[in-house]
Design a protein around this ligand. Structure first.
Ligand code: ADE
Length: 288
C-alpha cells in the first residue's frame, strides 16, 4: 500500500451510547511523511478505536505527492558540505500550504490554524505537560523529517514547535510522531474509557507511578501487599503515594526537585525501601 496520498479514514462521527463526538472530531491530526506505511500502527488499539468513533481524525500524507520531477526527489546536498542529505524546501512548502489550507504560514484572516510540530532530536523535550497542551489543541500537523532534517527555512516559517522524544537519534520523525500521538490522544476526552486511569498515570502528579498488582494474591512466593487488600481507601491512597515517592526518589530524583512535599512525603522518601517484611501471606479473599 503506497499511495500518493494515504487517507487513514476521515470518519463520520457517530453518536454512540458513550456520547462520543456528536459534532465532529475533538482532535484533527495531519501527518506528512515520505513513509506513510510507517504510520500503520495508528489503525490499532485505543487510537484506532478513537478514530473509528470519530473522536480523533488522522490523515497521513505522502510528501512525494508534492514533488514535480520524474524521480520525485525530496532531498538534496547540504550547503556548506558535510555528510547526509537535507530535505528540499519545495515539496514541504507545497505540502504545508495544501494541508493547512493557507497560501503562506503567516496568512491572516484564516479562522483555524493548526499547531505545526516538527519532531527532531534538537527540539525541546516532549513531556506529559506538553502532551496535555497538544491534546487541548483542535488541530495538529506533524512534519516527519528524514536524512539530516528539513531545510530550516521551512521549519522557521511553519513550525510552532520542534520537539524531541529523547536524547537519542532516530532515523526519522515517524516513530517520534507515533510516540507523541499515543501520549496525546489518550488525553483527549473520551479516548480512554476510565478517565481516572489517565489522571493516575506516571508524571501526572509529577511522580512515577508505583507498583501495581492483580490476582493471584501469591505468585512465585511473592504476596500482594496486604494494605491493598485492606479496603481502607485512605491508607491505600497514602501507600500508593509513598511508593510513588520512593520510586521517584530512587529512579528519577530530578523530578522531586520541582515538587512541594509534605512532612509525610519526606518521611516516606527517607524510610527504607519496602521489603518482604512489608508483605503478608494471608489467604486470598478472592477479590483483587
Ligand atoms: N527524529 C530523530 N530523532 C528524534 C528524536 N529523538 N526525537 C524526535 N524526533 C526525532
Amino acid at each position: 500500500m503506497t499511495l500518493d496520498r494515504v487517507t487513514l479514514d476521515r470518519v463520520t462521527p457517530d453518536h454512540g451510547d458513550d456520547g462520543s463526538s456528536p459534532v465532529g472530531p475533538r482532535l484533527k491530526v495531519d501527518i506528512i511523511t515520505i513513509f506513510p506505511d510507517y504510520l500503520a500502527p495508528l489503525e490499532m488499539s485505543l487510537l484506532g478505536k478513537a478514530r473509528a468513533r470519530g473522536l480523533v481524525d488522522v490523515q497521513v500524507h505522502d510528501l512525494r505527492a508534492w514533488t514535480s520531477d520524474v524521480h520525485r526527489t525530496v532531498d538534496d546536498q547540504p550547503y556548506g558540505g558535510g555528510p547526509g542529505m537535507v530535505m528540499r524546501p519545495e515539496p514541504w512548502w507545497a505540502a504545508l500550504t495544501t494541508v493547512t489550507g493557507r497560501a503562506r504560514p503567516d496568512q491572516a484572516g484564516s479562522p483555524e490554524r493548526p499547531r505545526v510540530i516538527v519532531p527532531t532530536p534538537s527540539g525541546r523535550p516532549f513531556t506529559q505537560s506538553l502532551a496535555a497542551e497538544l491534546a487541548a489543541a483542535p488541530w495538529l500537523v506533524f512534519c516527519c523529517g528524514r536524512y539530516e532534517g528539513i531545510d530550516s527555512r521551512v521549519v522557521e516559517a511553519w513550525a510552532d514547535d520542534e520537539v524531541s522524544i529523547g536524547d537519542y537519534v532516530l532515523s526519522g520523525g515517524e516513530v517520534a510522531t507515533l510516540v507523541m500521538l499515543e501520549a496525546v490522544t489518550r488525553l483527549v476526552p473520551g479516548v480512554v474509557g476510565n478517565a481516572e486511569s489517565v489522571v493516575d498515570d506516571s508524571f501526572s502528579h509529577g511522580l512515577l507511578e508505583g507498583p501495581v498488582y492483580t490476582r493471584p494474591v501469591t505468585w512465585e512466593g511473592q504476596d500482594v501487599p496486604a494494605i491493598l487488600r485492606s479496603g481502607d481507601h485512605g491508607a491505600i491512597a497514602r501507600w500508593r503515594r509513598d511508593e510513588a515517592l520512593r520510586r521517584t526518589a530512587h529512579r528519577r530524583p530530578d523530578l522531586l526537585a520541582g515538587l512541594t512535599l509534605s512532612d509525610a512525603d519526606r518521611q516516606a522518601i527517607d524510610s527504607p525501601a519496602r521489603d518482604a517484611a512489608d508483605r503478608t501471606s494471608e489467604p486470598s479473599t478472592g477479590s483483587p
